[in-house]
Design a protein. Structure first.
Length: 326
């Protein structure tokens, strides 16, 4: 692995770690982002937000852009397919607290792609560039882009798309090593990411993404691809401690992450639950937390997990925690 400092500076923003938290719809609200930052994520990114909804100042969209001081630096991710929506969204949105605007050009979800947003843009490089330029023309913040290798395997253009985004002013790129048609099947292709990094050059920042679940995965990804940083998605759900483990790559410190996790898992679940209940209300917050609790409790007996899935209140959930963590 090439020698790198733990931090990375992008557009004068000093990011304290080269490991970023990926934007994940239904997961990366500010409650989870704050946890990830506390355990060592360098940059966190909001759930992706519709440019059209922001441009129309739809009230319920506001919850997606709330951010708190203790999660900074944080990036606002926007998706859409209309240049005017992007421009208006930037103009009418309070960007206080954000360090970057990130354009999502990689989400493979059908409802996004069928409206030509997310990964739907990967079939039209000119449209990608037009949206990037439109956003940059009004944005007071640096603009980055998140992409996949392409829409379908065999269509080509992987390197050309990345170079076009670089040449048209994306301050950095995040590249997920799958095609949109793969969804989340198979494995992230870090060798393909390596080819794109080589084409972009050492002077341009590329963040790699896909299948990072351990320190060993990250070292292998760095060795293969020579990327400047790594974005972690599903590997962090129910496991914000992963960032503490990953950051030891850049230090001589030895961190027993298993012990740290075992010592703090109960308190982290309580903290996360309280935050979610504050955001969504108690019943909705408990329902929202169920998917996280299942991940926090990896390795626990199935019967114990089922009990948690039946909880309808904080009182029930916290009593079960006391029962499980004797």
């Amino acid at each position: 692995m090439k020698k790198m400092t733990k931090n990375i500076v992008i557009e004068n923003v000093d990011i304290p770690s080269r490991f970023f938290l990926a934007p994940m719809a239904g997961y990366t609200d500010y409650a989870f982002r704050r946890l990830a930052r506390r355990f060592g994520a360098g940059l966190v990114v909001t759930e992706f937000v519709s440019a059209a909804a922001l441009s129309r100042e739809i009230k319920k969209t506001k919850k997606y852009i709330k951010n708190t001081e203790d999660e900074h630096p944080v990036s606002l991710q926007i998706f859409g397919a209309d240049e005017d929506d992007f421009k208006k969204a930037i103009e009418v949105t309070d960007l206080t607290g954000f360090s970057f605007i990130d354009i999502n050009m990689g989400c493979p979800t059908k409802k996004v792609v069928k409206k030509n947003g997310g990964a739907g843009l990967l079939v039209d490089t000119e449209k990608m560039i037009s949206i990037l330029r439109a956003t940059k023309s009004v944005s007071p913040l640096p603009v980055s882009v998140k992409i996949r290798l392409g829409f379908n395997r065999g269509c080509g253009g992987e390197i050309e798309r990345a170079l076009a985004l670089k040449e048209n002013g994306a301050c950095y790129l995040t590249l997920h090593g799958r095609y949109a048609s793969d969804l989340y099947k198979g494995f992230s292709d870090w060798e393909a990411i390596a080819k794109i990094k080589e084409a972009l050059g050492d002077d341009y920042i590329l963040i790699g993404n896909g299948d990072i679940k351990s320190k060993e995965d990250a070292i292998r990804a760095f060795d293969i691809s020579n990327v400047d940083g790594i974005m972690v998605g599903r590997g962090a759900i129910g496991n914000p401690w992963i960032f503490e483990e990953l950051n030891t790559i850049f230090s001589d410190d030895s961190v027993d992450v298993v012990s740290i996790k075992n010592d703090t898992i109960k308190s982290v679940i309580i903290e996360h639950t309280n935050e979610c209940c504050d955001i969504y209300g108690e019943v909705s917050g408990i329902h929202f937390m169920r998917k996280f609790v299942m991940k926090y409790l990896n390795g626990f007996r199935k019967e114990e997990k089922i009990e948690f899935m039946k909880c309808e209140s904080k009182e029930e959930l916290f009593k079960l925690l006391d029962k499980v963590f004797v």
